[in-house]
Design a protein around this ligand. Structure first.
Ligand code: GLU
Length: 417
């Protein structure tokens, strides 16, 4: 077998190419979409607590802005490459387009290990980053948000720094802010909640009783822990979860809230009483109705996919499945709700946050959740319809819905002939 493609940039290009071809769109659409419009790499000097200076590398990639300002998270991570950030920004374009949001796609990253930085060092790094990218971001240009290992506090420092530079408050610069600073109710839970809505929609169409489902969650951060809790509230049984330090399994299921409390106390889900340890690959191959990858890219490789025994995969992470794995899952009859749909709840409530910042009028959590549910269900239906009528996988269908919207916007703007 040919070597598996693990570079997310090449994976994203292939996904776009497939949709453009299937839709019969002109080559120019692919030529425009196969790379970002703009990528900025910055060096950020930070005075560490011991007085020494360390220079960090950061990126911001803006893929396409045909539908509106670019939008997407900012991650703090030890291993992140320019190609990865580019791919993540490409996926954001299509994620926003599938949901019908008036945004293009962007993504940023800083190469660092946030767990090794003090609060003050993190603050200096965050302020330094936004100063260095300030020319290309802004409420009408590019709007960052939380992603892997970033949080509302980091958003707040960046908004503060940018507001000082512009000499006026600019809350619409970032989303995922603390509530007191123009954050939206429901934003912190939105990615997990949106994923669960798509899983419910899939269960309904496949005739699976969600209240009896066995659920496995890979990753116990903001997306995974909320998805586990909400699935549990629906009556489903959470049988295995993990994080970067280890995994836990119990065929009888466990309470995800107690697991979260254990993680807050000990730093990991590992060692939760009444469960047995389980490795990542074994966890991904457990027999279950619903598997939710909620960690990083390339977790479900061809090797893993051959042993996946889930009926439904709801991709709460960005890019968790390789191209080769995708083909294998399709052959095995696994129903995959692709990342650009299943993980779109976060950016959807980010959009609500940005709208609320613009209006200076704020909605209740119930209103936000209600609006999120409507948008997730509507988008799921559009993708499912494409999947059925064109007889393509859910992933290909999602890219087709998204690419056709972006292409239409590019056409009316005069970017195509
Ligand atoms: N980082 C999240 C994502 O990958 C949210 C992005 C946003 O809210 O702009 O979808």
């Amino acid at each position: 077998m040919a070597q598996e493609t693990l570079n997310p940039f090449l994976i994203a290009q292939e996904q776009i190419r497939g949709a453009v071809t299937e839709l019969g769109l002109p080559d120019a659409v692919y030529e425009i979409l196969k790379q970002p419009l703009r990528v900025l790499e910055v060096s950020i000097p930070v005075v560490m607590d011991d007085g020494r200076v360390r220079v960090f590398t950061g990126f911001r990639s803006q893929h396409n802005d045909a539908l509106g300002p670019t939008k997407g998270g900012l991650r703090f991570f030890t291993e992140v490459s320019a190609d990865e950030v580019k791919a993540l920004s490409m996926w954001m374009t299509f994620k926003c387009a599938v949901l019908g949001l008036p945004y293009g796609g962007g993504k940023g990253a800083i190469i660092c290990n946030p767990k090794e930085l003090s609060t003050r060092e993190l603050e200096r790094l965050s302020r330094g980053y936004i100063r260095n990218v300030s020319q290309i971001v802004g409420p009408e240009k590019d709007i960052p948000a939380p992603d892997v290992y970033t949080n509302p506090q980091i958003m707040a420092w960046m908004v503060d720094e940018f507001s000082r530079m512009r000499e006026r408050n600019s809350f619409g610069l970032m989303t995922g802010k603390p509530l007191i600073l123009g954050g939206s109710a429901g934003r912190s839970e939105a990615t997990g909640r949106g994923c669960v809505v798509t899983v419910q929609e899939a269960c309904r169409r496949l005739g699976i009783d969600v209240t009896q489902a066995r659920v496995v969650v890979e990753g116990y951060g903001n997306a995974g822990s909320v998805a586990a809790r909400l699935m549990h509230e629906l009556g489903a049984k959470i049988i295995a979860v993990n994080d970067s330090s280890g995994g836990i399994y119990s065929p009888d299921g466990f309470d995800p809230n107690a697991v979260l409390a254990h993680k807050v106390k000990t730093g990991s889900v590992a060692g939760f009483p009444g469960t047995q340890p389980i490795g990542n690959e074994d966890l991904l191959q457990l027999e279950c109705e619903v598997l939710i990858p909620a960690a990083l890219e390339n977790q479900i490789t061809a090797k893993v996919a051959g042993g996946v025994r889930a009926a439904i995969i709801g991709e709460a992470a960005n890019g968790p499945t390789t191209l080769e794995a995708d083909a294998i899952l399709h052959k095995r009859g696994v129903f995959v709700i692709p990342d650009i749909l299943a993980s779109a709840g976060g950016v959807t409530v980010s959009y609500f946050e940005w709208v609320q910042n613009t209006m200076n009028y704020y909605w209740s959590e119930e209103e936000v959740n209600e609006k999120l549910g409507v948008m997730m269900r509507r988008s799921f239906a559009a993708v499912y319809d494409m999947h059925k009528t064109r007889n393509v996988t859910m992933r290909r269908a999602a890219f087709m819905v998204a690419v056709s919207r972006v292409a239409e916007a590019m056409k009316v703007r005069g970017w195509l002939d």
